[in-house]
Design a protein around this ligand. Sequence first.
Ligand code: PBG
Length: 331
Amino acid sequence: MTAAYPNLRLRRTRASAWSRALHRETVLTPSDLIWPLFVTEGSGVEEPIGSLPGVSRWSVDGIAARAREAQSLGIPCIALFPNTPSDRRSDDGGEALNPDNLMCRAIKAIKDACGSDIGVLTDVALDPYTSHGQDGLLDESGYVVNDDTVAVLVDQAINQANAGADVIAPSDMMDGRVRAIRMALEMNGHPNVQIMAYAAKYASAFYGPFRDAVGSGGLLKGDKKSYQMDPANAEEALREVALDLAEGADSVMVKPGLPYLDIVRRVKERFEVPVFAYQVSGEYAMIEAAAAAGAGDRDALVLETLMAFKRAGCAGVLTYHAAHAARLLGA
Ligand code: PBG
């Protein structure tokens, strides 16, 4: 007979705060967080993003200030996304290769402000630079072509690494891009630049506010289902992760976050590698809307969701709540 009530009372260890602290299985700290920031042209500019209440686009000087803030809060890494001016967007997204583009200037400003004390993660995909809002090059039918896109993504990644990026994060979901980028980094003097692959990235309805933030939402025709994954698939996510690891990814990402914690768990158990999750813009907006509607306590929702990522097996989480969460955690 196993012990049962009244000998076994699972409430016993929950009865006091000290005991709950002692028995806690998972810890969440500011060092688990990656803070995504949106960059815009100008100086002294802060543009609030309507669909992401509490999140703004910052000009490069403001980005440097946010990086210093992150540093003081113990957040180890910033992720950057540019809102490219519309006159610099084109069919081929050529602005992605400009060594003086918004992204490269923001990377340098962070490095000038914080030195090597903070990591800079840069997104590789063409959607903030194309006039059509797709992540790659289109053929006549509007299909995103794979191999020609990969060639451009490689140049985009090298452009970011040359500007000082520490982590290259391909979010485009083209086949074979991780290997191509890894080889190019090795050949161009960047052996220590990491690759965090958006390995299991789903064609999700949760990206809407992000597309507003980078200005691609209004441009996008159709969807991204010919390259991003079907939300119905989990085995395919494991194949994507296996491939990206074989091609040289240092860590992998699952995206979106909360609706895909089962994928996080399966990837962690199968591969035992660093797994990150992206709590995406629509998830952020849902929490903010719930809190604004009085349907939940904002701070508690933020911390509970972030803890859930850690419990599921994440090494860290990309979240727009990073600075707020770090403050709540008492940094
Ligand atoms: C670009 C990219 C997207 C996001 C991150 N990188 C949008 C998309 O794929 O359309 C979404 C992030 C978010 O919603 O917060 N490829």
